[in-house]
Design a protein around this ligand. Sequence first.
Ligand SMILES: O=C(CO)[C@@H](O)[C@H](O)COP(=O)(O)O
Ligand SMILES: [Fe+2]
Length: 228
Amino acid sequence: MAVQINPSILSADFARLADEAEAVRGADWLHVDVMDNHFVPNLTLGVPIVESLSKAASTPLDCHLMIEDPDRWAPQYVEAGAGSVTFHAEAAAAPVRLAREIRAKGARASMALKPATPIEPYEDLLPELDMLLIMTVEPGFGGQAFLDIMLPKIRRTRELISKHGLELWLQVDGGVAESTIERCAEAGADVFVAGSAVYGKDDPAAAVRALRARAEDVTASAAWACAH
Ligand SMILES: O=C(CO)[C@@H](O)[C@H](O)COP(=O)(O)O
Ligand SMILES: [Fe+2]
């Protein structure tokens, strides 16, 4: 699987979102953090802004829903134009039904795990998903330090993906930067979200290229990728 770099617009200028989307041309997906001030202690944006951004941006939207009751709200993000919709395992009442609904509406279905949520109880659900997101910070804010205690969970998840022969993408989100992306790639991640490490730089597009180069270097020789 090719490396994918998804800049998080949480670190962008919200007053200039269309321009900020263009500033990372060459990125694979635009990561949109939706926060409801209940599931996480922060409030960002919702369906109307996703709908406008999906029309304005040439890069597809990867919506990360940090909200309560995703069973009710996630389908609306597909209708608003998101190409990938991630709900949290801790918030979903019926994750299999929800993943099937997201797929049936035409988007990629993805599930996220907070740092303290283990992957093992979800092994049987993996075939229902197009992507699994392992949070490498506590969700809620950009610019936090990478939790390297999540590396074993990334490794175990990659082993489960290989064991079941799945085409599942494995995304990491939080504190991903030039100093941490190689460890994530070595452990088995192939989709990398980066907010401050992209939009905090003078040239965001160059930052995307630099992150991609580091991850590709590792993936080219990583044991998990060679066995794939
Ligand atoms: O979901 C989240 C935070 O909850 C992320 O998508 C952040 O936006 C990542 O920001 P950085 O840690 O890369 O600055
Ligand atoms: Fe996110």
